[in-house]
Design a protein around this ligand. Structure first.
Ligand code: FES
Length: 185
């Protein structure tokens, strides 16, 4: 009669140990693979998601014009400037209008033409010697102070510098419809 081959208790223990070792090393391998996958995927994910979290880069300095284009004490001179910003992967070239007041030989004031109320473009009115916003009727003095709302503050001044006999401006955007100037980008 054939005898059944039952494993001894010692042999069963060995099997359990072997199985446990296998599953332990299998688990280690799985964790290692997952970790390696995460490490490899991170740069790819960062690249793909970059435009979602990237902020627009600030504009650099833009040329406004030669110093002689702006006589001391004249009415504000309107100029269109261009600048490039990085928006995610895209390079965006923007054009904006500014008004230049030359206060002294080496002293300039550049005002953004964006109305601080809701962002319409403010126009200089030579006959009235003031700025008027066509959207809701805000009025500003030649140096940009608000004399009639609804604009909650005056026109926004921009940083300037002189390079090689030319006036440059650093264009900035500001929060609309708040009483104090708050830079956005
Ligand atoms: S946007 Fe200029 S007054 Fe409203």
């Amino acid at each position: 009669m054939e005898q059944e081959n039952h494993p001894t208790p010692l042999e069963s223990n060995k099997e359990v140990i072997v199985i446990n070792r296998r599953s332990f090393f299998g688990g280690l391998l799985a964790i290692g693979s997952a970790g390696m996958g995460a490490i490899l995927a991170a740069p790819v994910l960062r690249y793909v998601l970059y435009p979602l979290y990237a902020k627009s880069s600030k504009a650099g300095w833009s040329e406004v014009g030669k110093l002689e284009d702006f006589p001391v004490g004249s009415s504000p001179v309107r100029k269109t400037i261009t600048f490039t910003q990085l928006d995610g992967w895209r390079e965006v070239v923007s054009a904006q209008s500014v008004y230049v007041n030359r206060l002294a030989d080496d002293q300039f004031e550049v005002l953004s033409a964006i109305c601080p109320h809701l962002g319409c473009s403010v126009s200089w009115q030579q006959s009235a010697a003031d700025f008027l916003c066509p959207c809701h009727g805000s009025v500003f003095t030649p140096d940009g102070k608000v004399v009639k709302g609804p604009a909650p503050r005056g026109m926004d001044t921009l940083p300037t510098r002189i390079e090689d006999g030319k006036l440059q401006v650093h264009f900035e955007f500001f929060r609309e419809n708040v009483p104090n100037k708050e830079q956005l980008s």
